[in-house]
Design a protein around this ligand. Structure first.
Ligand code: HEM
Length: 432
């Protein structure tokens, strides 16, 4: 029997849109134009469903909330996650986001229980001490690169959420090698020694070795931790099977990878938005100062309840996620011919739900280019706000991402003052 979404090719037509030049398609335009312009001009020209050819692949792009929901939620079984092979190799092929079905469900449950609100609330004091030591390292008067510093911060919090408290030797080794992997991740994939990609592959192998030593030490000490590593190590299915060391390593690197650049980019945008809107910065500062005073000028640690009651700061985070839309879109691949709104999405084509277009559509967010946290005083319409994706592959770390951003902003605005585009330590508060 034929299912409703399986249709003969001759009945449905491909969506409108240009496939660009032979071989390169529209890739050059994508890389030379502002990505906002690239996607929005095509949406204006062709509507909410259009085709293109980028990065060597024919694609169908969906710029509507219901299109994104169709691919990621209601018909997710017809689309599989897809990444370039070189990237899959770098992170590790067993990482959950490359998979569908039972294996994905299994690992996802382990990640979710390690990053659930109940688990992460216990990490607040440790996240605070990571934030404070980052801030102290910025206070010596030298110029820092905000994005690089935010990357260090989010990697440290990522390590914390995976391993709990890890000895500083292991932490340093993870940091050093992860940094090399990160540098090579987007470089041209080649096996030629000396290239960034080759160095990254070697560092990725060393990371496996380091993880194996960490696991060995845990087993020797008989530690039964409830963190992500603990959950991976303790897993046993009904047949008594456990996860292999490669499956454990690939998922740890996968989570670190998912956690670092994303959070660091959003934090960097938040700092820029606060710099551009001094009134908003003052209001955020007032909200945070009240908590700081209530905690004996920072003598007492932040509580979970306090982090849940920072309404303005929270709305600034949501609005920054919308404005910056740092994950502009995601990729899936049609595993059969699919019909959507009378258009054919051929098997093997990539499908891109365009989060940024949805977040910048004036129908859902009036004056979309203006930063206005108050728009989140009412909940956005369903499926119009997806900074963390949607469906079975939606972000498993969204709660910890928001928590670490709240904690960092709290300490930044209460201990630093902002002048001429720079955050300065405010008086002696930092050097108690
Ligand atoms: C502001 C920061 C973050 C943003 C904007 C973000 C965004 C996203 C998005 C859009 C996806 C879905 C991708 C897709 O459907 O193809 C995703 C997946 C994921 N994220 Fe995040 N993320 C953030 C931080 C984090 C953090 C801190 C962690 C972990 C500590 C994390 C762990 C994951 C994992 C494990 C997945 C894959 C889930 C799966 O395939 O089942 N993310 N993230």
């Amino acid at each position: 029997m034929r299912r409703p979404w399986r249709i003969p090719k001759q009945r449905a037509k491909l969506p409108p849109g240009s496939m660009g030049w032979p071989f390169v398609g529209e890739t050059l335009q994508l890389y030379t134009q502002d990505p906002n312009v690239f996607f929005v001009t095509r949406q204006k020209r062709h509507g909410e469903v259009f085709k293109s050819h980028i990065l060597g692949c024919p694609c169908v792009m969906l710029a509507s909330p219901e299109g994104a929901r169709f691919v990621l939620v209601t018909h997710a079984q017809l689309f599989k996650p897809t990444y370039p092979k070189s990237k899959e190799k770098m992170i590790g092929p067993s990482a959950l986001f490359f998979h569908q079905g039972n294996y994905h469900n299994l690992i996802r449950k382990l990640v979710q229980s390690s990053l659930s609100p109940d688990t992460i609330r216990k990490l607040i004091p440790s996240i605070e001490s990571v934030a404070i030591s980052a801030l102290e390292s910025w206070s010596s008067g030298h110029i820092i690169n905000t994005f690089h510093e935010m990357k260090k911060f989010s990697l440290d919090v990522g390590i914390l959420s995976i391993f709990g408290h890890l000895n500083s030797n292991f932490r340093q080794m993870l940091n050093d090698n992860y940094h090399i992997v990160d540098k090579g991740y987007n470089s041209f994939p080649t096996k030629i020694p000396g290239t960034a990609y080759h160095k990254a592959l070697s560092a990725r192998k060393r990371l496996n070795q380091i993880l194996s030593e960490i696991i060995c030490e845990r087993k020797e000490k008989g530690l039964l931790e409830k963190d992500f590593l603990g959950n991976l190590l303790n897993f046993k299915n009904e047949k008594g099977e456990i996860l292999t060391e490669d499956q454990i390593a690939d998922n740890i690197i996968g989570v670190l990878f998912a956690a670092q650049d994303t959070t660091a980019s959003v934090l960097t945008w938040i700092l820029k938005y606060l710099h551009d809107d001094q009134k908003l910065l003052e209001a955020v500062k007032a909200e945070q100062m009240a908590i700081y005073e209530a905690n004996g000028r920072g003598e007492k640690p932040l509580t979970w309840a306090q982090t849940r009651n920072m309404p303005l700061t929270y709305r600034v985070i949501l609005e920054s996620l919308r404005m910056a839309s740092i994950i502009s879109f995601t990729f899936r691949e049609a595993i059969v011919d699919v019909e959507y709104h009378g258009y054919l999405i051929p098997k093997g084509w990539k499908v891109l739900p365009l989060f940024r277009n949805i977040h910048h559509n004036p129908e859902f967010f009036p004056d979309p280019r203006i930063l206005d946290p108050s728009r989140f005083e009412v909940a956005p319409k369903p499926n119009t706000f997806m900074p963390f994706g949607n469906g079975v592959h939606a972000c498993a770390g969204n709660e910890i991402a928001k928590l670490e951003m709240l904690v960092l902003i709290h300490h930044l605005v209460t201990r630093f003052r902002y002048s001429s585009g720079i955050f300065h330590p405010s008086g002696d508060q930092l050097f108690r």
